[in-house]
Design a protein around this ligand. Structure first.
Ligand code: GCU
Length: 358
């Protein structure tokens, strides 16, 4: 059986997959994906300087100007410095290694070491992650961080261990709001008849149904073109993603209804995590924790700056009455709270516990 080098933990002999395993994988690799992921190993000759002991590849979908990307570079620098160059995290932005769902699957299979995804696509892998998709779950950002930094946040980070997915930390991804090409949204009624791009997330689809719009899941990297060509009438996201992905060039309205606060999550596959020794785990976790503090500062600045960029480019920024939006999604809360279905009740319990955090 032919063997190919796995690209999770590149030095690890156990991290090999057979060609058959790779080709049978559910991951729809983009053209060039394998070659790119192998790039870290090319060019090594007996005369070349010694390779670092461990190279961890991290794929994600955001542009390089985004605060979350910058935080991951910060984390990678820390890892390299703390390990005296023995551990390298290589960051691949812009869906170069696949979209978020594909990266999560690659982590499970062990041929991508790390990814950074929104909590939304994690829902199909880890039921409990759905709780973040409950609209208007958090009272404010203080409540949000108290939950994420506390026992519930920690519980959710490791809730995917059985699915070979481990969260290292959360990054701030603010609150998500609607943006539209040509119709201003002041209330849920304005969404009627509009096709709104959502993430690959059952909760986002439920939310759109409750609000009266039509949900169209599309990967983030394909969204600019979809908006530009009118495949969808709008989308929803935080200000940095709206601006840094240049969606504001093709959408004239941004309605700050702030329906969901979905954290970004830095993930490592447990296949790779288990191969790290205690010192390597400590270095990686500490670097991730430090990058969280750095990212939260960057985020506050970038959110304000990007809103201003959009405004100056002529985007109409709308601050609607949030009450009708809140009311429209009440059935989503009711579906979970007090349900006798164990999967729904699991989310209902989390909603209750999150509400109790003061
Ligand atoms: C945010 C988030 C990304 C996600 C994107 C999306 O920008 O940070 O991880 O891909 O939303 O809407 O798909």
């Amino acid at each position: 059986m032919g063997k190919v080098r796995a690209f999770g933990a590149s030095d690890s002999p156990q991290a090999f997959l057979s060609r058959e395993q790779v080709s049978m994988s559910r991951c729809r690799c983009k053209a060039g994906w394998l070659l790119l992921a192998f790039a870290g190993f090319l060019g090594t000759s007996p005369a070349a300087p010694a390779r670092p002991r461990l190279v961890l590849k991290l794929g994600h979908g955001l542009p390089t100007t985004h605060a979350v990307h910058k935080a991951m570079l910060f984390m990678a620098d820390r890892v390299q410095a703390r390990s005296d160059g023995q551990m390298i995290v290589q960051v691949f932005p812009n869906e170069q290694l696949g979209n978020e769902k594909e990266c999560i699957e690659a982590l499970q299979l062990g041929y991508l070491a790390m990814t950074k995804v929104s909590s939304a696509p994690m829902e199909s892998f880890v039921n409990k992650m759905k709780v973040f998709g409950v609209p208007y779950l958090f009272r404010n950002s203080e409540h949000f961080w108290k939950v994420l930094d506390g026992p519930i946040g920690k519980e959710l980070l490791v809730a995917g261990e059985a699915k070979r997915l481990r969260g290292l930390c959360y990054y701030d991804a603010g609150a998500r709001s609607f943006y539209t090409r040509s119709r201003a949204i002041h209330s849920p009624a304005d969404l009627s008849g509009l096709k709104i791009r959502v993430q690959n997330s059952i909760m986002a689809v439920k939310m759109m149904q409750a609000m009266g719009g039509s949900a169209t899941p599309i990967p983030f990297g394909e969204l600019y073109t979809a908006l530009d060509q009118g495949v969808v009438d709008g989308a929803e996201n935080n200000a940095p993603s709206f601006v840094q992905a240049r969606h504001y060039e093709v959408c004239g309205y941004y309605t700050l209804d702030e329906h969901t606060c979905l954290p970004d999550i830095l993930m490592i596959g447990t296949r790779v995590w288990k191969k790290l020794d205690a010192e390597q785990r400590r270095i990686l976790q500490e670097a991730a924790d430090e990058s969280v503090r750095y990212q939260r500062e960057l985020w506050v600045e970038q959110e304000q700056k990007d809103l201003q960029v959009a405004r100056e480019a002529g985007v109409e920024i709308i601050r609607p009455n949030k009450q009708p939006f809140r009311e429209s999604v009440r059935p989503i809360w009711e579906e979970f709270q007090g349900s006798s279905d164990p999967k729904l009740a699991e989310i209902g319990d989390l909603i209750d516990r999150i509400q109790e955090v003061r």
